[in-house]
Design a protein around this ligand. Structure first.
Ligand code: C5P
Length: 220
């Protein structure tokens, strides 16, 4: 079973995806990681994430192992890391190069410990539209920019990072704008996606609603 969860930054996709993967014994692929890894490789090398040629080279050379290694660095999940990721993600050639790596995961999904799993939960922006168009169940998780920015802001503070709500809100809107207006795989729900607006919902409610939809499909 392949489940895709797409939507804008900080809508609650990651938390939902991890919980669903655990409940239904599926592997989990956070596809934002491939773009964050390429963006961070450039930042570390002192190269602008707008440099298309360098981004393509970094994407071509990226392996799963390197991606996980880079994800252990604190900058990986930082605001600067997110901005760099969304810049390289707007480059069509970079997306094309990183597509195979994401699609291969569905062929032989594995847990972080290397155990083979019967399916996967994908989380990203285009996993239901481009990466896994034949997924069994597709969700599009969204929330207002203010709610999402507040969640990110609290997350940064909890991690001990310096954060200003207004800055986070401006960055959230900037990233939304770039992700939805880019020519290659713009952020939009798949035609057959179930849309859930999590603005007024806590994670338990979102999880219960997603499980209800999955179970209805599984036991139909
Ligand atoms: O989800 P996350 O914030 O880690 O994603 C970082 C960036 O990677 C996003 O802003 C988006 O530009 C890009 N991305 C994408 N397609 C995906 C996943 C992430 O374009 N499937």
């Amino acid at each position: 079973m392949i489940i895709t969860i797409d939507g804008p930054a900080a809508a609650g996709k990651g938390t939902l995806a991890k919980r669903l993967a655990e409940k239904y014994h599926l592997a989990y692929f956070d596809t934002g990681m491939v773009y964050r890894a390429v963006g961070l490789k450039l930042l570390i090398a002192g190269i602008s994430p707008d440099d298309a040629e360098a981004a393509e080279k970094a994407a071509r050379e990226l392996s799963f192992i390197e991606m996980h290694k880079l994800s252990e660095r604190p900058e990986f999940r930082s605001a600067a890391g997110g901005q760099a990721a969304s810049k390289v993600a707007a480059l069509p050639k970079v997306r094309e190069i990183l597509l195979k790596m994401q699609q291969d995961f569905a062929v032989s999904p594995k847990s972080p410990t290397g155990e083979s799993m019967s399916g996967a939960v994908y989380d990203g922006r285009d996993t239901g539209t481009v990466v896994c168009p034949h997924a069994d169940i597709k969700f599009f998780i969204t929330a207002s920019p203010e709610v999402r920015a507040m969640r990110r802001h609290k997350e940064y503070l909890q991690k001990g990072l310096v954060s200003d709500f207004e800055d986070v809100l401006a960055q959230t809107k900037e990233r939304d704008q770039r992700d939805s207006s880019r020519a290659a795989a713009p952020l939009k729900p798949a035609e057959d996606a179930v849309i859930i607006d999590t603005s007024g919902m806590d994670i338990a409610t979102v999880f219960a609603e997603a499980c209800r939809i999955i179970d209805a499909k599984l036991f139909a």
